[in-house]
Design a protein around this ligand. Structure first.
Ligand code: 2RA
Length: 343
């Protein structure tokens, strides 16, 4: 029978994109339930339909433990607290939770999956599969074909992260604050809520909380999640995560050090053939991925591929992906596709 799918957090930026991706992939659902907090219950969310579910408005239901009766797949993006509160009810109902929050990513019994990288890990789930952090997903899609050429010893990554990572209100704040700033509104009268400082015409080297190590939790996520997804605790990752005034796509500058020599040509060929990866790389034509033009796309995009001569076996490249799609909603629905009975 076709699966019943619940979207938990249906009114948020990622929740809305879950519905869009279910349609875009024509996910073979028999039913789609839109769940959110009591505050949103009764709201209508438009849905273009998928599987047996026709296009039309879905009425948002209040998410309670009982919401998951009869559900097969529960796509979650409602914050770590809600995922933790609902986990037992989802699993008890016999559903599989695919969780976009950071709640369970590093749990021993929870696979952390990017379908292009470690699809087989879904096989050992015990009710919950975690969607990695957006900045990790786009990077490991690019690293996987390289890792298969030669084991990666070390990755240095600097991120240029879009406002969307902090949700729809943060995107609106970037937009409105930029207009206000251009209209001459004094700094102390600008609305500054989504980030620690003004984001318009600014960059903020602070995403999530600071740890004792001096890194932020966002940087820590990129380190530990990359190891788990590649299945190699020996891969060293040094990350610096920065918020930039861009709406939806994250950019990442990535340097990779290998155990053995990897030529640019071999890397280019491997990346060209890799699933989910698109090379946009022709400097003579000013061709490279840019966050301003890749919103709404599904791939992880690579450009500026070149030798890194500062280490024995090094490459460097630039990487862009849409944070809400491949960085969250698309990756989660692709995980759900892995759970479907093979055709
Ligand atoms: C951010 N990666 O960009 C974090 C959470 N989505 O804010």
């Amino acid at each position: 029978a076709r699966p019943v799918v619940a979207v938990a957090g249906a009114t948020g930026a990622v929740g809305q994109e879950f519905l869009q991706v279910l349609h875009d992939l024509d996910f073979p659902a028999s039913e789609v339930r839109a769940l959110a907090s009591a505050r949103s219950a009764g709201k209508k969310v438009s849905f273009a339909g998928c599987g047996d579910v026709p296009a039309g408005d879905l009425t948002v239901e209040e998410m309670t433990p009982e919401s998951f009766e009869g559900v097969d797949i529960a796509l979650f993006s409602a914050g770590a607290g809600v995922s933790k509160a609902m986990r037992d009810a989802v699993v008890a109902a016999g559903a599989v939770m695919i969780d976009n929050s950071s709640a369970f990513r590093m749990d021993e019994d929870v696979p952390l999956v990017v379908p292009e990288v470690n699809p087989d890990d879904v096989q050992w789930h015990s009710g919950v599969i975690a969607n990695p952090n957006c900045s990790t997903i786009q990077m490991v899609v690019a690293l996987k074909p390289l890792y298969d050429l030669s084991r990666i010893k070390r990755v240095v990554v600097s991120t240029y992260q879009a406002a969307s990572g902090a949700g729809a209100p943060a995107m609106a704040e970037l937009y409105d604050q930029t207009r206000d700033f251009l209209n001459g509104t004094p700094e102390d009268e600008l609305t500054i809520k989504a980030f620690q400082h003004r984001i318009a015409f600014n960059c903020i080297p602070h995403i999530d909380v600071f740890l004792d190590s001096g890194s932020t939790k966002e940087e820590w996520k990129m380190v530990v999640e990359t190891k788990k997804i590649l299945g190699d605790e020996g891969v060293e990752v040094a990350a610096t995560c920065v918020r930039v005034p861009v709406l939806r796509c994250h950019g990442e500058s990535i340097n990779v050090e290998f155990e053995d020599e990897v030529s640019v040509e071999a890397a280019r060929e491997a990346m060209q053939a890799a699933p989910g990866l698109h090379l946009m790389d022709d400097p003579e034509q000013n061709l490279y991925p840019m966050p301003g033009i890749l919103a709404g796309t599904d791939g992880s995009y690579v450009g500026r591929l070149r030798k890194d001569p500062t280490v024995e076996h090094g490459l460097a490249f630039w990487n862009v992906a849409d944070q809400i799609r491949k960085g969250a909603a698309l990756n989660a629905v692709q995980i759900a596709e892995l759970l479907l009975p093979s055709k």
